[in-house]
Design a protein around this ligand. Structure first.
Ligand SMILES: [Zn+2]
Length: 139
């Protein structure tokens, strides 16, 4: 079993609406995401999967939903304030913490992976010193 990792970046704004501090204000991050998948090396391509294909999957899942978006919890307060905003809003069922964004990705990325390739690890950096990690514990 071999793992490969793709790193991407995206810009997004969010607010943590129940946070007792400045993170309850709308603010932005340059998110850095590391996506690790694993599988056997394909006998024809000599790859686990093409980095280009993994990038395209991340484009239509993560980038399409989060890049240059305002990410908000779908609650009454946020809907009242932002429902007339015509820009890109990504509504989440939970507060848009790095942890919850990872769980969104865990359910969104795997259906697009080729058979025999599985999501192993995600690391999402909000800042240079703060990141959340998800690991596949089922193997
Ligand atoms: Zn933040």
């Amino acid at each position: 079993m071999i793992s490969i990792t793709k790193k991407i970046e995206f810009e997004a704004a969010h607010r943590i609406s129940n946070y007792p501090g400045s993170c309850s204000e709308i603010h932005g991050h340059t998110y850095k995401l590391e996506v690790t998948v694993s599988g056997e090396i394909n006998r024809e391509t000599f790859m686990v999967m093409d980095f280009k294909d993994l990038k395209e999957i991340l484009q239509k899942t993560v980038i399409a939903n989060f890049d240059h978006a305002l990410i908000l919890k779908n609650n009454r307060e946020n809907r009242a304030v932002f429902s007339s905003y015509l820009g890109k809003i990504t509504w989440m069922e939970s507060e848009p913490t790095a942890e919850q964004m990872l769980l969104w990705m865990v359910s969104s990325i795997p259906p697009h992976l080729p058979s025999g390739v599985s999501l192993q690890k995600l690391k999402l950096h909000e800042t240079s010193g703060s990141f959340a990690t998800w690991k596949n514990i089922t193997g």
